[in-house]
Write a protein that binds this ligand. Structure first.
Ligand SMILES: Nc1ncnc2c1ncn2[C@@H]1O[C@H](COP(=O)(O)OP(=O)(O)O)[C@@H](O)[C@H]1O
Ligand SMILES: [Mg+2]
Length: 227
């Protein structure tokens, strides 16, 4: 292997058990995500895309199999250690931006850095820099409710990237946007990938957008098929 592995998962199974209901969503997924790589995951609704993304990002644990983030087996870490590893190496983008409504764009984007223990002045200046990069340099004082859908999603991308993570995991980040805005958001992610060498794992319904990634995997019957 010639490039650094950021996330590695081997033979992942995920079962949800609720009373008598027992659903096996993932049935033996093996996948490596390397530095700078752009991966799309497609699949029908309910096929387990979000479940897989949560497991890759250490937000949820697999029932069986091994997940390593930067060569650390996440099942062997405490919740706190896992949280720190996530905060330091990964960024997340969701379909609905999850920005905090009562805070400005700048404050929202500075938040992950403050959690990391950076001083307010430094966090604010880094937040401003990344907001400028995503085209929101003139919107730093706006609250999420004062931004358009596309602008909010740009802000969510800025928040995911501000801590310069090695990988960004995005769950239908454009699912909520019109096609043209979705395309712009994708192009922005492409640019940032080029510039910052961030790996991107993007779950999407949109094949046209998926085709812009380096690899496309389809999740079907709990398994991954490479296109
Ligand atoms: N916390 C949970 N408890 C029980 N079942 C779940 C849970 N999360 C997801 N599932 C089930 O797992 C399947 C896959 O869900 P999900 O990963 O959200 O699919 P997708 O993102 O591809 O639409 C669905 O059948 C869903 O009902
Ligand atoms: Mg989903």
């Amino acid at each position: 292997m010639n490039s650094e592995t950021i996330i590695s998962c081997q033979n992942i199974y995920k079962r949800f058990t609720e009373g008598k209901l027992d659903v096996e969503v993932l049935k033996g997924i093996t996948l490596d995500i390397h530095a700078g790589e752009k991966i799309a995951i497609v699949g029908s609704s309910g096929s387990g895309k979000s479940t897989l993304l949560h497991i890759l990002g250490g937000l949820d644990l697999a029932t069986e199999g091994k997940v390593q983030i930067l060569n650390k087996d996440i099942a062997e870490l405490s919740d706190t250690e896992r949280g720190i590893l996530r905060n330091q190496s990964l960024g997340f983008i969701y379909q609905f931006h999850h920005l905090l409504p009562e805070f400005s764009a700048l404050e929202n984007i500075a938040m992950p850095l403050l959690i990391r223990g950076l001083a307010v002045a430094e966090a604010s200046s880094m937040a401003e820099e990344i907001l400028t990069k995503v085209g929101l340099g003139k919107r730093t004082k706006h609250k999420p409710g004062q931004l358009s859908g596309g602008e909010r999603q740009r802000a969510a991308i800025a928040r995911a990237l501000v801590s310069k993570p090695q990988a960004v995991l995005a769950d239908e980040p454009t699912g909520n946007l019109d096609h043209k805005t979705a395309q712009q958001i994708f192009e922005l992610m492409q640019e940032l990938n080029q510039e910052m060498k961030t790996a991107f794992v993007i779950v999407t319904h949109d094949m046209q957008l998926a085709e812009k990634m380096d690899k496309i995997y389809t999740l079907i019957d709990g398994q991954m098929k490479k296109a």
